[in-house]
Design a protein around this ligand. Structure first.
Ligand SMILES: [Zn+2]
Length: 383
């Protein structure tokens, strides 16, 4: 992309208001992060497009030199606004300032994102809550296809050369509608750079396939196994501020006021993860220090945020290596073995989801190693 290479799969930290909570952009760059997310709805409200335009785009405004993705603004609008009415023209909502009815059209969403200047921009879609059923789901799906066409037309008219437009697949939990939507959107592949999975729990997205709002390590790994390349979530940075460190053995709540944990962490002089390359672990910051300061000193929040951002980035890097070596199934098995103490505590949905792509977490790995030794390549289809 215009602001450098981003390797897939990737996890994108979220800078809702043009700031990563707890870290500076210089730190983000040094940690090796190459793609972050800004929220269009929030930037449009504050500081507003006049300021962004004056700055020459959101990259310059916030001092971020790597790649940037913006959403369409539609999802926040539907979830945060007091009233939103969807018409064919666009989404009608109450202005948070004046209460006046204001219309966000696909063209308007594009032109705001053109001003922001992100490297990846999202179409405006018609979002329905994932539990909605009936004709509304199909209506929203077809409208999202029509709005994609309007976004493509507007993007061709005023878009910047470097900006990649992503489509958002709708259709609720109805597989057939999802398939129809996907087929329609793939027909536009000459004008679309990627596909997002929308309308699940938040503002999801997937083509590169981009899954919006996914942040737990276990969710990320399952989504990647099912074909997702990109995901974003505020989870790793938010949870850091509450004192939770992400590790390959599961999350550790260092802020816990649980009597047992109090004793445990007060004297715990170990680092969060011995082999972690993050600045916090590298200088041997103890869990006792973090436990003592989290929620009190901002330095503790910075330290944990750095660890969590690196944790996600390193996990994605290891997944990438495993995929390139054709060892992803075995990587998944090893990961979950470490992540959950006992296979009996594997969540059923994870086991089932991975079985759908022929990775059986509960099966002994004998077949893999024997086949491998004989020089027969492990093959999904053959299984
Ligand atoms: Zn660390």
């Amino acid at each position: 992309m215009a602001h450098g290479v981003t390797w897939l799969p990737t996890f994108m930290p979220v800078a809702t208001q043009a700031a990563i909570k707890g870290l500076t952009y210089q730190q983000m760059e040094e940690l090796g992060v190459t793609l972050i997310l800004n929220n269009t709805y929030h930037l449009n409200l504050r500081p507003g497009m006049k300021v962004i335009q004056e700055a020459g785009g959101a990259h310059k405004f916030q001092g971020w030199r790597k790649n940037l993705l913006t959403d369409s603004g539609g999802f926040q609008l539907v979830s945060l606004s007091k009233f939103t009415k969807i018409t064919e023209e666009g989404a009608l909502f109450a202005s948070p300032f004046t209460g006046e009815p204001t219309l966000l059209t696909p063209e308007e969403s594009m032109s705001i994102q053109h001003t922001i200047g992100a490297d990846i921009i999202m179409q405006l879609d018609d979002v329905v809550p994932s539990l909605t059923t009936g004709p509304r789901v199909e209506e929203a799906m077809w409208r999202s296809v029509r709005w994609l066409d309007r976004c493509i037309a507007q993007h061709k008219k005023t878009g910047q050369q470097h900006q990649n437009l992503f489509a958002i697949i709708q259709g609720g939990l109805n597989e057939e509608l999802r398939r129809i939507c996907l087929n329609e959107m793939v027909k536009r592949k000459d004008s679309v750079a990627g596909y997002a999975i929308g309308g699940l729990s938040g503002g999801e997205a997937k083509g590169p396939r981009y899954s919006m709002g996914i942040g737990f390590a276990e969710d990320l790994l399952v989504c990647i196994a099912l074909g997702v390349d990109m995901a974003d979530c505020v989870f790793p940075t938010r949870t850091a501020r509450f004192g939770v460190a992400l590790t390959r053995k599961g999350a550790v709540n260092l802020h816990s006021r649980n009597a047992l944990d109090l004793k445990k962490y007060r004297y715990d002089m170990d680092v969060i993860e011995e082999d972690c390359p993050c600045p916090t672990c590298r200088v041997k910051t103890s869990k006792a220090f973090l436990h003592h300061n989290i929620g009190i000193e901002t330095a503790a929040a910075h330290a944990l945020t750095q660890h969590n951002v690196v944790f996600q980035a390193r996990l994605m890097g290891d997944v990438r290596d495993a995929i390139l070596k054709d060892e992803f199934p075995i990587f998944l098995k090893n990961f979950f073995k470490t992540y959950y103490d006992d296979f009996k505590s594997y969540p059923r949905w994870i086991v089932n989801a991975l079985r759908s792509v022929s990775v059986d977490l509960l099966e002994e790995d004998l077949s893999y190693s024997i086949l491998d030794e004989e020089g027969v390549k492990w093959d999904r289809a053959a299984k």
